[in-house]
Design a protein. Structure first.
Lengths: 238, 99, 542
């Protein structure tokens, strides 16, 4: 069983093999390498399910944008591009700090790990703050479908009202689903930070931080698509 | 664990690139390029996604199986979108016989 | 083989059933074998609930004007029957019970890759079931299990959201199971076990897991959007606001068609194991059977529009979906040919599991062939939403999947419990089920062809004879399902001790005691041989 770990191109240094009896190794795995491999693969399979999950809403979006372009462009024009862009920058920064946190975990450096995790969390919370501010503005402008959708005539920009309402439906669904994933991510990273604070993320088994990172980057990638698809339809040159 | 991962320098470079691309996306929206606004915005999004995926998420350094999983996800997504669009766009091509 | 393992009496040996006692040791277990039994209990309960709805429907349909319930209640019965049977029985049936129990054992591992995710998947299943049962008790839902909009989103006052939420939540249980199987099969095979040395059951579990993982999220979104539309009175699927009700059907069927392959692929895997063991022969064309599972999983995602031929979907899209639906029949046919060729010149014995397997081959073939009538655009216009469709899918789901499930339960029962059941009663029950099944559903082909619509609480008088035949069959079928319930439970206490390998079968799971120890194997196994190493029939001995 541990012969495979002790030889070959992926050989672990000798002290790692002592860990085959350590509590960090779960009993169904032969060695820590297999455990890491399986966990890593598992997270990617999970991310593939998330691609299909968001994909369903993206499918609807693509269809209705093709059918009702003018309504979608009008609705998009009414979104606050400054906030959208700011959220983009914040998330990209949080992905950077997340990558640095994983790097610190791999090196076994606790203080940078906790530091980078904390900054990532703060950036995530900032994102949510901006998102809910935006939602509040939309509420004030009477642009929330199902609750108070009475748009001002000029905000329709000539498009039929129901098509703009459809756009706003997708806006709230897609960003809402994304925000839900952000909240889960922030919760996950908070748990990671607490575990790191308690010294439970050793250098030999930092899997949990790495896998949380993969989830976080995925949520960032969703925003990378949401930003142009929701905020930049038809450009802002008119 | 035993796989290679990017250096801090690589992370910083990728981050700079991402910031530039995000600024580019936003800036180009103010320029009238007609239908190309969308094309370019999406192309930039694909590049940003690739940078995050390959470097921040270590796909560049991961076993090929992980890349296959990602490609499978895209393929299935493309399947769902294309067949559904094929329906929506061809509905008006033929009218079924009326009463 | 079976003599290599010491025949210690069950009571004095520690195994997974007696390793720990108490409710907590079961509810908080991470042992895949115990989780399999937790699922077994839960889905059996759901099966009887769904079955009760069916009994009431068949009793009601004895008379053309309806004999039992109000039409609104009838609508709720067929909806709950569909929802419970599809999402809470058939989809998890073989994967969550036999799959959970056998995947680690057949692969030579101590457990699945993520045991805690495994027990979480059961908790999620139970939560989803609770929401759905709540909806049932509060008055039910009457949209049909397909939840078509805008009926479900705008025009009904029944418990749509509770039911949709129950299904949504349970979907995550499937995703977790599929994820677990995929990672386990890729990363935890025993030394020497290459992909081509895996039992065919594992190939079918892998293919099923691909569908779990890639399809289920889409129905989750479809139901999520449906719920939002109902709650906030917005209209993604509402034509009045420019929405498209067919979009819901696309999102719904993108999962639900592959879902029917989730329901049949594991059964096919079981049949491969049963046919080989009870013919004492290795499978004819192992690699074809293995790859056909993957082909079915893949092509199943290309055909969903065949449920929507008359919905308003584009005719051109219909052409494509129809052609692809013919294509998906091919890998299934390959399997049927290969099973038959495996039987040829085999040393066949007719114990209960084999009776179920043989029943499967015949009934699945009939059900599959009738699918081709439905896949053809022209005939589907007449057959859509008639009893022909119902007969078609019940031949596959019940004549196929449920029979394979029962065959698998009977085959691995000695391994799971360490006891043998009474084979005479088991064979009798299998025959009762076979007769009852055909009497129930064959008349429905005829009813559909003659034009009787599905989901109707009343029907024209000229259809009564066939309906009564079908209801009579249903009562026989119901009795048939109760019999195994009785003797299997009885055998746990009073059945003879089984020993490690009572069937003389090949496979790693048979090389460990029955019931297995908690870590499955006393020594970590090595897969040194090709699978299905049965001797040539002329030299075979049991």
């Amino acid at each position: 069983m541990s012969e495979s770990a002790a030889s070959g191109p992926l050989a672990l240094p000798p002290r790692e093999s002592a860990l085959s009896a350590s509590p960090a190794l779960h009993h169904q795995f032969e060695d820590i390498e297999q455990q890491h491999d399986a966990g890593n693969f598992g997270i990617w399979v999970f991310l593939a399910t998330e691609m299909l999950f968001f994909g369903g809403v993206f499918t609807g979006y693509i269809i209705y944008r093709s059918l009702y372009y003018s309504g979608f462009a009008a609705g998009s024009h009414g979104l606050e591009i400054d906030l959208g862009a700011a959220m983009m920058f914040v998330l990209l920064a949080s992905s950077f700090t997340m990558a640095m946190a994983v790097h610190a975990a791999r090196e076994g450096k606790h203080r940078p790990l906790i530091g980078f995790l904390s900054v990532t969390i703060i950036l995530g919370v900032a994102f949510l703050g901006m998102k809910f501010t935006e939602y509040f503005h939309k509420w004030q402008e009477h642009m929330v479908p199902g609750l108070n959708f009475h748009p001002a005539l000029e905000s329709l920009r000539g498009a039929p009202e129901h098509t703009v309402e459809l756009f706003m439906c997708f806006y709230f669904f897609m960003t809402g689903l994304h925000a839900l994933h952000m909240i889960i991510g922030i919760g996950l990273l908070t748990v990671m930070a607490i575990l790191a604070w308690r010294g439970k993320i050793p250098r030999e088994n930092y899997n949990r931080v790495e896998f949380s990172g993969l989830y976080w980057h995925f949520v960032d990638i969703i925003w990378i698509y949401l930003f142009p698809l929701l905020y930049l339809i038809g450009g802002r040159y008119k | 664990m035993s796989e290679q991962t990017p250096s801090v320098g690589t992370y910083i470079l990728v981050f700079m690139a991402l910031l530039v691309l995000a600024a580019l996306t936003t800036g180009i929206a103010y320029v009238n390029l007609g239908p190309f606004n969308t094309v370019i915005a999406l192309a930039i999004a694909v590049v940003k996604m690739s940078l995050v995926g390959l470097f921040f998420m270590h796909l560049w350094y991961s076993p090929g199986l992980n890349r296959i999983v990602v490609l499978a996800g895209f393929f299935w997504l493309a399947l769902m979108v294309s067949f559904t669009l094929a329906d929506v766009f061809t509905r008006s091509w033929i009218n079924p016989p009326g009463p | 083989m079976s003599t290599a393992v010491a025949e210690v009496p069950v009571e004095s040996r520690i195994h997974y059933l007696n390793a720990d006692y108490g409710v907590k040791s079961w509810l908080f277990t991470t042992d895949h074998k115990r989780i399999a039994l937790l699922y077994l209990g839960s889905i059996t309960l759901m099966f009887f609930i769904g079955g009760a709805a069916a009994v009431m429907m068949r009793l009601h349909l004895i008379e053309p004007a309806g004999a039992l319930v109000q039409p609104e209640t009838y609508n709720k019965l067929f909806t709950m029957h569909g929802v419970v049977m599809v999402f809470f029985f058939l989809v998890p049936s073989i994967p969550a019970t036999l799959g959970n129990f056998l995947v680690p054992m057949m692969i030579g591992a101590r457990d699945l890759a993520f045991p805690r995710l495994n027990v979480l998947s059961w908790y999620v299943y139970i939560t989803g079931a609770a929401f759905t049962l709540y909806a049932l008790i509060s008055g039910g839902v009457d949209t049909g299990w397909t939840f078509y909009t805008p009926l479900s989103s705008h025009y009904l006052n029944t418990h749509v959201i509770a039911t949709a939420l129950g299904v949504f939540i349970t979907g995550f249980s499937s995703i977790l199971t599929g994820l677990n199987f995929i990672v386990t099969i890729h990363k935890m095979r025993a030394p020497g076990m290459t992909w081509k040395r895996m039992p065919l059951f594992l190939w079918s579990m892998y293919a099923t897991s691909i569908i779990f993982v890639l399809g289920t999220p889409v129905i989750a979104i479809a139901l999520f959007l449906l719920g939002l539309e109902r709650l906030f009175h917005v209209g993604i699927f509402d034509p009045a606001i420019g929405g498209d009700p067919i979009l819901f059907q696309h999102l719904f069927w993108f999962y639900s068609h592959p879902a029917v392959y989730i329901m049949i692929l594991p059964g096919m895997g079981v049949v491969s194991e049963l046919v080989t063991c009870f013919s004492r022969k290795k499978p004819f064309g192992y690699i074809f059977i293995a790859y056909s599972s993957l082909a079915i999983a893949m092509i199943s995602f290309f055909v969903w529009g065949h449920h929507m031929f008359v919905s308003g979907q584009s005719v051109y899209a219909g052409f494509i979906f129809s052609a692809l639906s013919f294509a998906v029949a091919i890998p299934s046919a390959i399997k049927v040919f290969n099973w038959t060729a495996t039987l040829y010149k085999g040393s066949i014995s007719y114990q209960a599991p084999m009776l179920y397997a043989l029943g499967f081959i015949g009934l699945f073939t009939m059900g599959g062939l009738t699918g081709l009538f439905l896949a053809s655009l022209a005939t589907d216009v007449h057959l859509h939403d008639t009893y022909f469709v119902i007969a078609h899918f019940h031949y596959i789901m019940v004549g196929g999947a449920v029979m394979a499930y029962l065959g698998g339960i009977h085959f691995w029962w000695p391994k799971i419990t360490g006891r043998l059941y009474h084979d005479g009663w088991a064979r009798f029950a299998a025959l009762v089920i076979f007769v009852g099944f055909n009497l129930t559903f064959f008349p429905q082909y005829m009813l559909g062809y003659l034009g009787m619509p599905r989901r109707y609480a009343v029907y024209p008088a000229e259809f009564q004879v066939l309906n009564v035949m079908s209801s009579a069959g249903a009562s026989i079928l119901g009795v048939g399902y109760l019999i195994p319930f009785i003797y299997l439970l009885w055998s746990i206490r009073y059945g003879p001790i089984a020993g490690a390998n009572p069937w003389g079968a090949k496979g790693l799971e048979w090389e460990t005691p029955s019931p297995p120890p908690t870590d499955n194997f006393e020594e970590p196994p090595i897969a040194a041989e090709e699978p299905y190493g049965y001797a040539e029939p002329e030299h075979a001995h049991v």
